[in-house]
Design a binder for this molecule. Structure first.
Ligand SMILES: [Fe+2]
Length: 268
């Protein structure tokens, strides 16, 4: 049976739900997106790929976990650079993997305490163990920071492959910095079918060495794609729909919030 997953990413929530973030209200965006998903059909799993909180408060994780529990569908979360994993764990454990039908998601923390991402030695070792001993026929990986660059003229590159890494502006100046270790490791395992990430606040589908990276719009603010800088984009908040098939293939589609039918409630 195919299984469906929805990726929500870069929620950037505040404990004060009425608080705006660069012209968007992150809490109201999340409500509207969840209501749209409930109308269109719930997935088998929600995957929340980091930057869950903007103010990094315990309260922001509490309201998020309660809201996700209320949907009634299994869900998992991983931290981004804006997150506090120990505060997240007060409300829901940060799992390292989750199985769904013939698929196992490997959930990585790239939180380094800095804006860019890193994989710790224990995280790398745990990943190697999960790759060598898969719990399902196929595996896919979720990580907050982009392991491949997304910007113009360098899309699909590792950060370490840039001639002058220090001169990269925009989101590619703070990617997963691992010298390509994650990507090259995953490419050694034919049962690994895809990687999804957040952090870039824009949608891309990038293939390298036979493996595909999906990046996904934020539920909060959007960054303009195809430029070498940070710029807020006017596109609607979004999320990614993934259908994982029994043969190891993946169907994927980026969905945007339909602003015409979205009912933005008053802040609670
Ligand atoms: Fe973010």
């Amino acid at each position: 049976m195919p299984v469906s997953v929805i990726q929500l990413t870069d929620l950037h929530l505040f404990a004060r739900t009425e608080q705006d973030f660069k012209g968007q209200n992150p809490w109201q965006n999340l409500q509207a997106i969840l209501q749209q998903i409930e109308r269109q059909g719930l997935p088998d799993l929600f995957l929340l790929t980091g930057d869950l909180s903007q103010d990094e408060t315990s309260e922001s994780y509490r309201i998020l976990s309660e809201r996700m529990d209320a949907v009634g569908v299994p869900w998992v979360w991983i931290p981004g650079n804006h997150d506090q994993p120990e505060l997240m764990a007060q409300y829901r454990s940060v799992e390292s993997s989750v199985c769904l039908g013939r698929w196992q998601w490997l959930l990585l923390s790239s939180n380094s305490g800095q804006p860019h991402g890193e994989l710790s030695v224990p995280a790398r070792n745990q990943l190697l163990e999960m790759l060598a001993d898969p719990m399902a026929e196929f595996q896919a990986v979720a990580v907050h920071h982009q392991p491949l660059l997304v910007g113009p003229d360098r899309q699909g590159f590792f950060h370490s492959e840039l001639a002058e890494p220090g001169q990269v502006a925009g989101i590619d100046s703070i990617p997963l910095r691992d010298d390509g270790w994650l990507w090259q490791t995953l490419c050694e395992y034919r049962h690994v079918k895809a990687v999804i990430c957040g952090h870039v606040h824009q949608a891309h589908q990038i293939e390298r060495d036979g493996l595909v990276l999906y990046t996904t719009p934020a539920t909060s603010i959007q960054f303009a794609p195809h430029i070498n800088n940070f710029e807020i984009d006017s596109q609607a908040p979004g999320y990614r729909n993934l259908t994982l098939l029994d043969d190891g293939n993946i169907l994927s589609k980026v969905e945007r919030l339909n602003l015409n039918s979205a009912a933005f409630p008053e802040s609670e």
